[in-house]
Each structure stands twice: as structure tokens, then as C-alpha cells.
Design a protein around this ligand. Structure first.
Ligand code: NDP
Length: 298
């Protein structure tokens, strides 16, 4: 198989470089790549890349992910998150290639407490969610073979993430305030990449599994619960922190005003993915603990 990976240096892209490697020849690009264009803002360059490389699978891990910045950079977010996907989908369709793409819980309005199903009505609260939804729709309308994985609260062992920010703040301050009314599941980039590789193997024999899937770790928590778990785990590993789990104050979302509104209910029902691909999704705490061990024992 010939695999074109876009966004190779993002959290998910980095892990995909590892997980896709055993599946075939991988051409991994980022926006600065020279020989082939990997810039999603360059739509004709992107189409040329697909036409020249002729992949059997395109995996797009690149995205405009600045949720607040997107509110003032609407055009760029639309180009990268939606228009580029229309191009990739069109090129995938003409090559009969698979297109793998990642989307977000931010396509939902986030009301209620029930985990979202794939077919539930969407209602993005901001530009990022709206452009990601437009990207999904462009892929679906093209009728190319595709896997779209909607996920949430992604962290990677590499680069910055919420857990590392909490650890840094907890080392500096006696107490913290963290949002407690947004509920979701922290999901590791490594889990996303591994499930992608498993699913790609499966669809080579079962093309009818093409479609949209919710993919998050098991269980749920708030940002406050996430922060408390990170600090408790780090302390149990001997980290010297000024903040204890008991000195993290829960606050509502409106305590931290941001340009973009965020959904309160980011719970996602993953039954379709688990059933169709015969997979078990690990609890969010096991992935976060593993990332902390890798980070703290370096
Ligand atoms: P990252 O922000 O870590 O990675 C995104 C990558 O896209 C970066 O490497 C970035 O490059 C690249 N990129 C941005 N603009 C362009 C461009 N014009 N051309 C090429 N590459 C570009 O995101 P994640 O790995 O966390 O996200 C992966 C996917 O998961 C995305 O589709 C995202 O929407 C989705 N998702 C992420 C969530 C999260 O919490 N992070 C939650 C839900 C869904 P550079 O570093 O050079 O800017």
C-alpha cells in the first residue's frame, strides 16, 4: 500500500508515522515539505501531490486547530479544515483511494448529558467546529471511500498538552482553578494512531465499513477531574508539587471567557466503532498515566 500522510508533525501525525509504517510505503509531509507540497492552504499544490504520488490511502492529520484564533481567521480555517478536504476527497475518489480524516466533538452544540451518536444533529458553536463539520461533509459528498474519526481532548506525549501545563502550574502555585462543567474524554494521539492502523487493515477486506466514527477513550471526566488525576498521579510518582489534588478549585466555563464558545457535553458514544471493528477502547486514565510516566521518568 502507498500511504500519503499529511500533518506528520502534529500530535496525531507524529504517532501515525509510527503506526502506519508497517502497512506500506509512507510518504509523510508537513506544510514545509519540499519535494511534494504538504501545505493544506495550497489547494492546487495538494492536488498535484496526490496525482503525482498516487497513494492507495491518504491520511490527513493536518488541521487548523486554533479554536480561539479561528474566530478571527475564518478564511484560513475554512481553507485548511474544509476546502482542502474537498480537494483531497475529490482526488481520492478519482484514484479509488481511501481518505482518513479526524474531526471533533466541537461539531456539536454540547447541550444535554447523553453521549453523542454519529447521526445526532450537529450545531457547532464556533468557527473551528463549523469548518471541521464542513470538512466532514465535503468528504461524505464526494463519495470517496473514507474513515472520519471524531475525537476529543487529544494529548500527545510529544509537545505541549493540558496535563503538562497543569504539572507546570502545580509546581509554581499553591492552588489552581480549573473548569468543571465541560465533560469529555482525554484521548491519546497514540490510541488514535493505533486504531487508525487497525481500521485501515480491516477496511481493506470490508470496504462497506467506510464512514464516520466516534473515537475517544473510555470513561468521562471534566477538565477539573483530568487536572486532579494528573496531579494525584504525578505526586504518587514522587513529583514535588505545590498544588495538591484538594487545592484545585472547580469553576464554571464562564470563569475563563474565551473568543470561542466550547461545548459542555463532549461525551461521545463509540459503540459503532467498537462493534464494526471489534475493538476495545482503554479507559482515559490508563493513557494519561502512561503519558505521565513517559514524561516524568525522562
Ligand atoms: P495539532 O495541532 O497537534 O496538529 C495539527 C497539525 O496540522 C500541525 O502539525 C500543523 O502544523 C498542521 N498544519 C496546520 N496548518 C497546516 C497547513 N496549512 N498545511 C499543513 N499542515 C498544517 O493537532 P492534533 O494532532 O491534536 O489534531 C489532529 C486532528 O484531530 C485534527 O484534525 C484536529 O482537528 C482533531 N482534533 C483535535 C483535538 C485536540 O484536542 N487537539 C480534539 C478533537 C479533534 P504546524 O505545527 O506547522 O502549524
Amino acid at each position: 500500500m502507498k500511504i500519503l500522510l499529511l500533518g506528520k508533525n502534529g500530535q496525531v501525525g507524529w504517532e501515525l508515522q509510527r503506526s502506519l509504517a508497517p502497512l506500506g510505503e509512507v510518504l509523510a509531509l508537513d506544510r514545509h515539505s519540499q519535494e511534494y507540497c504538504g501545505d493544506l492552504a495550497n489547494l492546487s499544490g495538494l492536488a498535484d501531490t496526490v496525482r503525482q504520488f498516487k497513494p492507495t490511502i491518504i491520511v490527513n492529520a493536518a488541521a487548523y486547530t486554533g479554536v480561539d484564533k479561528a474566530e478571527s481567521e475564518i478564511e484560513l480555517a475554512q481553507t485548511i479544515n474544509a476546502d482542502a478536504l474537498a480537494i483531497l476527497a475529490q482526488e481520492a475518489k478519482s484514484l479509488d483511494a481511501w481518505l482518513v480524516h479526524y474531526s471533533t466533538d466541537y461539531v456539536f452544540a454540547g447541550d444535554g448529558t447523553i453521549p453523542w451518536l454519529e447521526d445526532d444533529a450537529t450545531g457547532p458553536l464556533g468557527v473551528y467546529g463549523a469548518t471541521k463539520l464542513a470538512g466532514e461533509q465535503a468528504i461524505q459528498q464526494s463519495a470517496c471511500k473514507h474513515l472520519i474519526f471524531r475525537t476529543s481532548w487529544v494529548y500527545g506525549a510529544r509537545g505541549n498538552n493540558f496535563a503538562k501545563t497543569m504539572l507546570r502550574l502545580a509546581a509554581e502555585r499553591d492552588s489552581l482553578t480549573v473548569i468543571s462543567d465541560q465533560i469529555g474524554a482525554p484521548t491519546g494521539a497514540d490510541l488514535l494512531a493505533d486504531v487508525t492502523a487497525h481500521a485501515l487493515r480491516t477496511v481493506q477486506q470490508q470496504a462497506e465499513l467506510s464512514g464516520l466514527y466516534h473515537l475517544v477513550a473510555r470513561g468521562e471526566t471534566s477538565w477539573h477531574g483530568y487536572a486532579s488525576y494528573v496531579i494525584k498521579t504525578a505526586q504518587s510518582m514522587g513529583q514535588d508539587l505545590k498544588t495538591s489534588p484538594g487545592s484545585i478549585a472547580p469553576v464554571p466555563t464562564n470563569a475563563f471567557p474565551t473568543p470561542a464558545k466550547r461545548p459542555n457535553n463532549s461525551r461521545m458514544n463509540t459503540k459503532k466503532l467498537r462493534t464494526n471493528f471489534n475493538l476495545t477502547l482503554p479507559h482515559w486514565q490508563s493513557g494519561v498515566e502512561r503519558m505521565l510516566i513517559e514524561f516524568l521518568e525522562k
